[in-house]
Design a protein around this ligand. Structure first.
Ligand code: FAD
Length: 286
């Protein structure tokens, strides 16, 4: 099933993102957490694709398993890193063979410790190039990334929207946003996108805070700001796991409620392969 059809039906989508596990204990942990999250009947599950294509094999096995053995709607992440045209065509054959109908096509991040993106000798420099190529190869539902606080490499908000518009014109059906904590960035981003003539659904990406140290690292990488008041609360309890969890989940519940109430077409949860926070948020907002 194509995610655009779920979005077209105006049903709010609830989706969960996982990354490929690296060792046996994380495989076990992931299995347990996917099991918990399946009970929430997600609209779809997405599986990330590691930097440098390093996790490609596991990403592809996971997406195949979730799509064809568990039977949930899936969306495969795929990037420009190492993506020659020949490789993309081979991978498209895999997606067709496994009935993977939904792809989120991305550029990929600069290598660890570097600031400049390197496509590893691939044929695509920007997500828009990859989208253009893939959209011509088959009837996929294609998503792309959007940045409520602008992409960290962007010169200006306007330039970022201009490139988003270009990317969308190449064949994007919906946008999933980078994580953010201040909803005003999302609402402004949607307004700027609409004013620029981008009319496809823009699904907000949500990352519940359960570990302050970890979230500080993520936000430094992706440029998302944590509101001062929330930082103060979290800092006051930085060594108390339970309190941090409660603060993070309560914040996410309010954030999700406001997003849905004010028209977001759904919520995409960056689960970090855990389920408890998402399950608790769901219990409150559903
Ligand atoms: P692009 O759209 O190419 O944009 C990158 C930068 O270039 C932006 O600053 C943009 O304004 C600018 N730009 C765009 N087009 C042009 C152009 N034609 N000329 C000049 N400048 C241009 N990374 C992974 O490695 N694996 C994943 O699985 C993954 N999943 C993600 C899922 C989501 C929902 C999000 C939000 C991000 C994900 N990422 C993933 C991270 C992503 O790869 C990075 O954010 C990356 O830095 C940018 O990717 P993009 O697709 O937005 O790139």
């Amino acid at each position: 099933m194509k995610i655009k059809d779920i979005l077209d039906s105006r049903e709010k989508t609830f989706s969960f993102e996982f990354f490929p596990p690296k060792n046996y204990s994380s495989i076990l942990e992931l299995g347990i957490n996917i099991g918990q999250l399946m009970k929430l009947s997600p609209s779809y599950i997405s599986v990330t694709y590691g930097a440098g294509g390093s996790t490609q094999e596991t990403s592809f096995s996971m997406i195949d398993y979730i799509n064809n053995k568990i039977g949930l709607v899936t969306m495969a992440h795929y990037t420009c890193v190492n993506a020659t045209k020949e490789k993309v065509l081979r991978d498209i054959d895999f997606f067709h063979e496994k009935n993977i109908e939904n792809l989120i096509l991305l550029r990929g991040d600069p290598p660890k410790g570097e600031t400049k993106f390197n496509n590893g000798g691939g044929d695509f420099q920007h997500a828009s190039d990859l989208i253009d190529f893939v959209a011509k190869q088959g009837d996929f539902c294609i998503a792309a990334a959007g940045y409520p606080e602008a992409h960290p490499e962007s010169e200006t908000f306007d330039k970022d929207i201009e490139y988003l518009k270009y990317k969308v014109a190449k064949g994007v059906d919906f946008v999933v946003t980078q994580l953010f904590f201040d909803n005003s960035y999302y609402f402004d981003f949607v307004e700027r996108a609409r004013n620029a003539g981008i009319n496809i659904p823009i699904v907000p990406g949500i990352m519940p805070i359960t570990n302050f140290k970890q979230i500080k690292k993520f936000t430094q990488m992706c440029g998302a700001k944590i509101p001062d008041l929330l930082v103060q609360k979290l800092e006051a309890h930085h060594d108390d796991f339970k309190k941090t969890y409660d603060i993070g989940v309560d914040f996410a519940i309010d954030q999700c409620r406001e997003l849905l109430d004010k028209g977001a077409p759904g919520l995409h949860f960056y689960t970090l392969n855990k389920s408890r926070a998402t399950v608790d948020i769901f219990a409150s907002i559903k």
